[in-house]
Design a protein around this ligand. Sequence first.
Ligand code: FAD
Ligand code: SF4
Length: 399
Amino acid sequence: MDIYIDVEKCTGCQLCVKACPYGAIEMAGDTASITGACTLCGACVSVCPVQAIIRELPAVEDIDNSDYRGVWVVAEVSDGQLAGVSLELLGKGRELADTLQAPLSAVLVGDDVAGLVVGAAESGADQVYLAEDPALAQYRTGPYTDVLSGLINQHKPEIVLLGATEQGRDLAPRVAARVKTGLTADCTGLEIDEQERLLIQTRPAFGGNIMARIITRNHRPQMATVRPRVMRRLEPVPGREAAVVKVPVAFDEKSILTRIVEIARDEGAEAVNLQDADIIVAGGRGLKKPENFGVIYELAEALGGVVGASRPTVDEGWIPPYHQVGQTGRTVQPKLYIACGISGAVQHLAGMSGADCVVAVNSDPNAAIFDIAHYGIVGDLFEIVPALTEIARQELAQD
Ligand code: FAD
Ligand code: SF4
């Protein structure tokens, strides 16, 4: 990839100078000039009003992947902490990097986030790229894309992983398009083909009826997003250290197209933290009507758990969407998952089969949920669930 300025077209407006987060454009007389500090991030290309900045891409047959090395995890910061999904990706990234005999790096972007380097190191990173600037305090697509694209073009990792969160789903496709590579979203499995040094990215396709194995053969890096709670994090190693590479970025706020005016939080959604719950009691269409979710809430409360739901109950408006478990809902990994009146469709299982213990209550002895349940109770949920609630309350009263 190459980037240069067509001096015949350049009007000397200097918009690109302000837009370059790496300070790599200077004025040479009346026209702009790109210096050796250029990371090929591409931020200047779209701001030029006369299309004087040209980005040339190599033909597929000229692409040389051999100088791409290492596994990167783009760490996400949530309420001043490393997001759980980033720690999970560092766990998986460690395994991939060890197989490839390559380093594992975390990319930490934000403002005043250096304190999180320790957590990334203890969770498996050998190296942390640290990009700090006041303009990066809150996630915004433009500046984050500029930072990450520049880093990728400069340091050439062979694999880049992001969480399939709101942020990751917004950022990953932008960056993939900018650095001209492929992206596999919502992977449920990642492994290495050691012979070809390829990342095999597994994800459900065709409504979850098949598991597709996807490779990015010609382009680098190989990029994937993974939902929270799909991979398992490593036990942190206290005192483990990582090399820190400071990324020299400086943004001109005036050249960023978006401003964060307000952050509105959905308190209901935050209160129902399915992804971190140890106990989930989930209701399905077997409940027959919305008010019957009451029996599910009572059992969840008695056990100190939270309420999950199958998709039809959400689609029918019986319960808000943030309760949904499954392929198009949340992926969960509780210690205990009690599925009540849920048939066990593959799209539901995609979100909860990682639970340590599954208890299923269903009146149909042939329901698919029993195939994966550790304990199955065949019968009417309206008799069984209240009985379980009663037992839970009695047990707790004795404690
Ligand atoms: P049903 O399949 O209707 O099952 C109801 C169960 O209740 C039955 O097994 C029945 O025997 C039992 N029952 C009835 N009465 C009683 C009683 N009195 N006592 C005990 N048991 C009783 N689904 C999800 O859940 N999450 C997703 O994220 C999701 N994503 C999807 C994405 C796509 C692209 C598609 C195509 C589908 C998706 N679905 C998802 C829908 C999925 O295919 C199933 O339709 C859905 O999971 C079924 O929900 P259910 O088990 O509640 O309902
Ligand atoms: Fe353009 Fe990015 Fe290079 Fe700056 S670092 S000159 S914005 S491609």
